[in-house]
Design a protein around this ligand. Structure first.
Ligand code: SF4
Length: 227
């Protein structure tokens, strides 16, 4: 009897996807490749004209959707689209415009103050270092990472809720904090992939990862990595 086409038990086990993706590195390589196929040219989601308008938009995006921010920023930037002009606008006026984005008292104060400091400390130009950005009010490491990556093209891996959740679902990180997850992801992916990849994961998360209480068996990449 010709048994050349019969698959032995060990053949079957060795060809199972679960074995192919038994290491973080193998899972990362698959995620990187598949996301590039799905989102070849990921656009920056927040509308902006330059580093300053991006910085303001990112500050506004805390606990707010990008869509809502994009509906709000045209009126704000019509009033003031440079740090010099914004520093002259009363905080109450900024607050009135940005109210739909939520947390408006804190965000309006931060936008006013960071604009004044960019003029005072940096001659009106948004600084292009993590240290200087994170020294501005309302600017944490994630905001600084978005600006460094999307405005200045410097390698950064801002971790938002989508990236945090999917990094765990895809078993790329078991870090309890966003800081640890960021470190894990930076180790797994080549530096030159970070800027497009973080956007791709966000797009995938927004498109697919909306199910509450999901057991990780619904969407394509989660299913594929589980085998
Ligand atoms: S299967 Fe879909 S909804 Fe569930 S964790 Fe994965 S991406 Fe999110």
């Amino acid at each position: 009897m010709d048994i050349s086409h019969r698959r032995t038990k060990s053949d079957m086990i060795s060809s199972m996807p679960a074995r192919r993706y038994s290491t973080r590195e193998a899972r990362a390589a698959y995620v990187d490749r598949r996301l590039e196929e799905l989102y070849p040219n990921p656009a920056i989601p927040l509308d902006h004209r330059d580093a300053y308008t991006l910085l303001v938009a990112v500050v506004l995006s805390a606990q707010c959707t990008d869509k809502r921010v994009n509906l709000t920023t045209p009126a704000l930037f019509a009033l003031a689209d440079t740090p010099e002009k914004m520093a002259q606008v009363p905080v109450a006026k900024i607050l009135e415009i940005i109210r739909p984005c939520g947390l408006s008292p804190q965000k309006s104060r931060a936008i006013s103050e960071l604009s004044r400091l960019i003029v005072e400390r940096h001659g009106g130009k948004v600084p292009a270092t993590f240290e200087e950005l994170e020294a501005l009010p309302g600017v944490g490491h994630k905001t600084a990472s978005v600006v460094m990556s999307q405005a200045f093209g410097q390698p950064a891996f801002p971790v938002d809720t989508h990236i945090f959740r999917l990094a765990h679902r895809w078993r790329l990180s078991n870090g309890k904090s966003v800081e640890q997850t960021e470190r894990d992801l930076k180790k797994l992916f080549p530096t030159e992939r970070w800027n497009a990849l973080h956007l791709r994961i966000i797009y995938y998360g927004r498109e697919h990862c909306t199910a509450r209480g999901c057991d990780g068996t619904i969407c394509e990449i989660c299913r594929h990595l589980r085998g």
